[in-house]
Design a protein around this ligand. Structure first.
Ligand code: TYD
Ligand code: MG
Length: 467
């Protein structure tokens, strides 16, 4: 029998249940309930109820003095930009990512950069021994930077040490390894993670330090002790990377002090993470010519912009019935786009096996991918490569008309960030009848009103089409 003062907390969504269940009733996850002590509460280090309390809250006017606290620069331009132009004093930032993606490397480099800039920097590790961090610092060539290092997991000791050191920047790697003795649950449980993050965010607010928390992402892409931590901090960035590929992307998903559609691109090398001045080269194999049948789709995944290569092949069919196969895209959608191309543009895929593949093992569900798929198919059929500097997006109607899609600004911004010059996009709603061309934040937008306009681009002779 469980202890009568126990509660069961879902480690995925944080819901509290009075008894153990195989499935969380709140979020539907299986086997995520874990027994935790009821003494657990955010702010457990605060004075207990009934103890002498301080002064009542003081209220001030909305129009205060203009504070222009300078931001703390880490010297890693991509990192500073994703944070909205440097780190904000008295704030907490969560850096999430898969184990092994390079969070510790990034934050050690950032800590060293800030320390070299004159800031007092503390690096608290609960994951590795001091010697391991020192080794890594030597390998990264930052061992000379005046960063203060401590291997500690006891939150109370960490906070006492920080109060004595009075740092400008604190890195805590990781939030899942910390534990507070005011809480009965094991380290890494939702309750512990929430309490520790809460205390550290409070420390940031009180002391004026900027606190960077590392959070591991669980297999389903959530930071363990998930939404609860995201709500406690001022900014959340994710560090992502494909296995086997050297590039890493840092994305802001929440930022109280800056935009959330910024990305930073790094390359993991022998001496740590290097900033990537021309990321499109990494994504698209040199950025020069692309083969026929390849189109770059400017997509949006959830709230995140994502450029994806769409590949198509139209091979002569060996047998009577031609094959149509799609990997990473819906085959019904492929059939529809083929039918529209045949009917509205007079292209014939009869006697051809048609294959469609989304690079990088991604799965595309957005209708906005239609136009990129159509362009890849037309390009494959004509064996003419598409504009190597262009991205494509738009939904295709059965009539062949191109419908507008949402988040245009986000797509264009990502395209510009990754070095693309042109976007083939639907006409803006309410715009004049004639499709035109406009300039938007460094990207030329070629408006496509009907699918036949796009097919013409893909089949025109390469020389005439370029620039
Ligand atoms: P790490 O920062 O420890 O990842 P995390 O903290 O997110 O778990 O980085 C782990 C990987 O990075 C590891 O597989 C080795 C690789 N790496 C390099 O390729 N070059 C380097 O200079 C360093 C320090 C790590
Ligand atoms: Mg690490």
């Amino acid at each position: 029998m469980p202890k009568s003062d126990s509660i069961f907390v879902c480690q995925s969504c944080g819901a509290i249940h009075p008894k153990w269940l195989g499935k969380c009733e709140a979020c539907g996850s299986w086997n995520t309930l874990q027994e935790e002590g009821v003494r657990a509460a955010p702010g457990a280090l605060a004075a207990p109820v009934g103890a002498k309390r301080g002064k009542a809250a003081a209220f001030v006017d909305l129009i205060g003095e203009a504070h222009s606290v300078p931001r703390l620069k880490t010297g890693i331009a991509e990192f500073d930009r994703v944070c909205g132009g440097g780190l904000v004093p008295a704030s907490a930032l969560l850096v999430g990512g898969d184990p092994g993606v390079g969070k510790s490397t990034l934050l050690l480099q950032a800590a060293a950069g800030a320390a070299r800039g004159g800031a007092t920097v503390a690096y608290v590790t609960g994951e590795e021994a001091e010697a391991q961090i020192q080794d890594r610092a030597r390998r990264l060539g930052v061992a000379q930077a005046p960063v203060k290092l401590a291997a500690e997991t006891d939150l109370r000791k960490v906070l006492d040490g920080l109060k004595a050191l009075r740092p400008d920047l604190v890195v805590v790697d990781s939030i899942q390894t910390l534990w507070s003795d005011g809480i009965e649950s094991a380290p890494g449980t939702v309750t512990q993670v929430r309490a520790c993050a809460h205390e550290l965010a409070r420390f940031a607010k009180k002391s004026g330090a900027c606190v960077l928390l590392v959070g591991h992402v669980t297999k389903d892409g959530q930071i363990a002790g998930p939404r609860v931590v995201e709500h406690l901090v001022d900014a959340v960035v994710y560090f992502e990377g494909e296995r086997g590929l050297p590039y890493r992307i840092l994305r802001a998903v929440k930022n109280r002090f800056g935009p959330t559609d910024e990305i930073g691109v790094f390359e993991m090398g022998e001496t740590g993470l290097m900033e990537t001045p021309n990321p499109s080269a990494l994504f698209l194999g040199g950025g020069g010519e692309r083969p026929s049948g390849s189109a770059v789709f400017a997509g949006v995944e959830g709230t995140r912009p994502l450029l994806v290569e769409v590949q198509a092949l139209a091979a002569p069919a060996a047998y009577g019935t031609a094959r149509r196969a799609a990997v990473g895209a819906d085959s019904a959608r492929l059939a529809m786009i083929l039918a529209v191309l045949e009917t509205r543009c007079g292209l014939s895929f009869a006697g051809r096996d048609v294959y469609l593949s989304i690079a990088g093992g991604l799965r595309i569900t957005e209708p906005a991918a239609d136009l990129a798929v159509a362009a890849a198919l037309a390009s494959a059929l004509a064996d003419v490569p598409l504009d190597a500097d262009g991205v494509i997006f738009g939904e295709i109607a059965l009539s062949g008309e191109i419908r507008p899609v949402g988040r245009t600004e986000l797509r264009l911004k990502e395209a510009q960030k990754l070095g693309f010059k042109t976007a083939y996009a639907p006409r803006r709603e309410g715009a004049a009848d004639k499709a035109g061309s406009r300039e938007k934040g460094g990207v030329r937008v070629r408006e496509i009103a009907h699918i036949s306009d796009l097919a013409a681009l893909a089949t025109a002779p390469a020389e005439g089409r370029r620039r």
